[in-house]
Write a protein that binds this ligand. Structure first.
Ligand code: GUN
Length: 296
């Protein structure tokens, strides 16, 4: 294998150790504990698994954490009421509503209802707008995790040709904005490709850094990649189950081919995924400090 493996699991673990110490310090010095509520509507197995992982990490870090499960047929009004309850709860600093939501619920309305100062996903239009002008209070978790991986792996982003595949509000759009800003781990020239892009391969072949959030298993082939490029695979696609019922996951990049061409690549699982959750925890610690006016 030619490429260096970018081990998100290890980087995430190191950041979690730092966060755990910070949580202990906040407890001892100020008597405060970061509080996170995760709200899960319905029984989507992938969402259930993500929320479980978020709760488990919050617990490991010593957070006060609450899990709210609601049936898929909850009314929008009742969901908004639940969010409002946590907007007012001083023990809770971060509110996360797991997406996607059932079709009858207006996702934008729900995201608007979260107090922006408790919006640890950074999905509220206020936080999206602040990111756009380069003044973010909270960074969206997956893009923040990607940027942190690039920084900690020593990948030069300044002046780099970055190609992003995917234009979602959760990954594609915000990572493009973050990498084109001025600042550390940024200053890149960014191209965003999507389902209507003509000749995607002509773009991917130019990329020094290729970020793939297409949502299609093994979409990017080895010969789409410029030799020596850094490949960040954001995809999590369930392609089957093992005999004992465990999910078999594949990324959006054909890993075995890509690793022979790239200089560095994130695996799936164990690449971007653990970083996303870690950044959520980082945002929640920050929210706790903001809500308690703690500046050190
Ligand atoms: N669904 C997929 N990714 C995410 C995420 O980062 N946060 C939330 N709330 N829902 C998601």
């Amino acid at each position: 294998m030619a490429a260096q493996l970018i081990k998100g699991t290890e980087v995430a673990k190191a950041i979690r150790e730092e966060l755990k110490k910070e949580v202990e310090r906040l407890k001892e010095k100020y008597g405060v504990v970061p509080g996170l509520v995760t709200i899960l509507v319905g029984e989507n197995p992938a969402s259930q698994s993500y929320v479980r992982a978020k709760q488990q990490t919050a617990h490991e870090l010593g957070f006060y954490s609450v899990q709210e499960d609601r049936p898929a047929d909850i009314s929008e009004a009742d969901l908004l009421k639940l969010i409002d309850q946590y907007n007012k709860d001083p023990k809770i600093h971060g509110i996360l509503v797991q997406l996607p939501l059932p079709k009858h619920i207006n996702e934008t309305q729900v995201l608007y209802a979260i107090d922006p100062s408790k919006d640890v996903d950074a999905f509220h239009p206020f936080n999206v707008g602040k990111l756009m002008i380069g003044e973010p209070d909270y960074l969206p978790c997956t893009p923040a995790g990607i940027q942190e991986l690039l920084i900690r792996t020593g990948v030069e982003t300044s002046g780099a040709e970055v190609v992003v595949i995917g234009r979602s509000n959760i990954v594609g759009k915000p990572i493009a904005v973050m990498l084109m800003q001025k600042g550390k781990g940024a200053n890149a020239t960014v191209t965003v490709c999507h389902t209507r892009t003509k000749d995607v391969v002509s773009h991917t072949k130019r990329a020094d850094i290729l970020i793939v959030a297409a949502g299609v298993a093994e979409y990017v082939k080895g010969d789409w990649i410029k030799p020596g490029a850094v490949v960040i695979d954001v995809g999590v696609n369930e392609v089957g189950r093992t005999a004992d019922g465990k999910r078999i996951l594949k990324g959006d990049v054909a890993f075995d081919e890509a690793k022979e061409v790239a200089s560095a690549i994130t695996p799936v699982p164990g690449g971007v995924g653990p970083m996303t959750i870690t950044m959520l925890m980082k945002n929640t610690v920050r929210a706790c400090k903001v809500h308690n006016n703690i500046k050190d």
